[in-house]
Ligand binder design. Structure first.
Ligand code: UD1
Length: 418
């Protein structure tokens, strides 16, 4: 079983060029099948989730070329409307192909993605919005069969929660529907704006992405385009937390500072100093000891992101004082806590609230990652712990971090994969 071996307690110093955003590239790749032409996507990270998505695209009939960080998708010959169960199981976000397939081919077949490492993850909002647009969904032997009948027709969809995936799926389904679709209480994440930017450059007519109400005027046809994926804000937070936890100093390049507005105050409150040497870079300088922060509550964007909860918790394990985190987005997102305790952290969890009592130091141990951001938290904890930390469950980290060992070694970490 592959493991990351970290010799901790080293101060991280240097520069990292940030990768493109996982949560942008995945929906954009699904959107590429709407185009009767070729799309070239720049700044594409090397991730196992991207590999799985490429396999889905190939299966559906696309030709895909991945060179450096440029991904070319020729979607002229998309002719299959089915997502095999193995892909749905591997990557829950494959559900995004539902909207894309019904838009392109008028039908889709897939098995239910089920729960995941973050607890139950219903997709009821995706389905009810699709039904409003005119999609028929039938379940047979665990497979959902969807058909647009005479075509999708624009309508007003009010989401009961600003779900990122449901907003994206409904945009994809509505982009070629007849008339105008309005999505209210839409998610406002930057990745949604990125998806809309890509689609608009292919000929779609989407207004309001990034705001609570999104308007989509259906168009007949989309063509291919060139697009550069936004920087990954969660990976940025992960590296910043690693630098902060090790009393380090890090310059991050290719950052969108505006996307980090809910987390920069947390780094500052814990004692870090943040500078912006230019529009696309950020420097964090950490003190020799961090201090605890006020209550952190995860919220939909522009609030504090749930994906940053685990990395920030790892950083706060050795901050002087008591920090409190409330997880409001997912029911079961504290699986990393048990492993942080093995490293000597003092954390108690009650329901959605975690209380972190800062300890003097963490000490290396063997731990196992149970989900993507939990894995990142264990890496951060290992980097500041005394002694050696061995992390297994690496398939999780490879879903979202492009060469995490290489990047961390470049700034002074001792970390290798065996
Ligand atoms: C996306 C991100 C994930 C991030 C999450 C929240 C991608 C590929 N993944 O996931 O990294 O943690 O946003 O920012 O972009 N819900 C329902 N019914 C639905 C849909 C969602 O009840 O039909 C609930 C979920 O169970 C969860 C909450 O809504 O409690 C938020 O989920 P959602 O925003 O949909 O997350 P994802 O799109 O799956």
């Amino acid at each position: 079983m592959p493991k990351l071996i970290i010799e901790g307690n080293r101060c991280l110093r240097g520069e990292i060029n940030l990768q493109g955003a996982k949560n942008s590239i995945l929906p954009i790749l699904a959107a590429a099948i709407l185009c009767e032409g070729e799309s070239v996507i720049h700044n594409c990270p090397r991730l196992s989730d991207v590999d799985t998505t490429i396999k889905i695209l190939n299966y559906l009939g696309c030709k895909v070329k991945f060179e450096g960080s440029d991904l070319t998708i020729d979607a002229r010959n998309v002719d299959r409307d089915e997502i095999p169960g193995e892909f749905m199981r591997k990557m829950r976000s494959s559900i995004i192909f539902l909207g894309a397939l019904v838009s392109r081919l008028g039908s889709a077949k897939f098995s239910l993605p089920g729960g995941c490492e973050l607890g139950p993850r219903p997709i009821d909002m995706h389905f009810s919005g699709m039904r409003q647009l005119g999609l028929t969904l039938k379940e047979k032997h665990g497979v959902i069969e969807c058909n647009v009948g005479r075509g999708l027709v624009g309508c007003n969809i009010a989401l009961s929660f600003p779900s990122v995936g449901a907003t994206e799926n409904l945009i994809l389904a509505a982009v070629k529907a007849k008339g105008t679709t309005t999505i209210t209480n839409a998610a406002r994440e930057p990745e949604i704006q990125d998806l809309a930017k890509y689609l608009n450059s292919c000929g779609a007519k989407i207004r309001g992405a990034g705001e609570g109400t999104i308007y989509i005027d259906g168009v007949e046809k989309l063509t291919g385009t060139e697009h550069t994926v936004i920087p990954d804000r969660i990976v940025a937070i992960t590296y910043m937390a690693a630098a902060a936890a090790t009393s380090g100093e890090l310059q991050l390049n290719n950052v969108n500072v505006g996307h980090l507005s809910s987390v920069i105050p947390i780094f500052e409150e814990s004692g870090g100093i943040i500078d912006f040497p230019n529009k696309n870079s950020l420097i964090i300088r950490a003190p020799s000891r961090l201090i605890s922060t006020k209550i952190i509550r995860t919220m939909p964007y522009p609030g504090f992101p749930t994906d940053a909860q685990a990395p920030i918790m790892a950083m706060l394990c050795t901050a002087d004082g008591t920090s409190v985190i409330v997880e409001n987005i997912f029911e079961s997102r504290y699986k990393h806590v048990g492993e942080l305790l093995r490293l000597g952290a003092d954390i108690s969890v009650e329901g959605r609230t975690a209380v972190i009592e800062g300890v003097k130091r963490l000490s290396g141990a063997e731990v196992k990652a149970a989900d993507l951001r939990g894995a990142a938290a264990l890496v951060i904890a290992g980097l500041c712990a005394e002694g050696v930390t061995k992390i297994s469950g690496l398939s999780h980290i490879d879903r979202g971090y492009d060469d995490i060992e290489g990047n961390l070694c470049k700034i002074g970490a001792y970390i290798k994969r065996i």
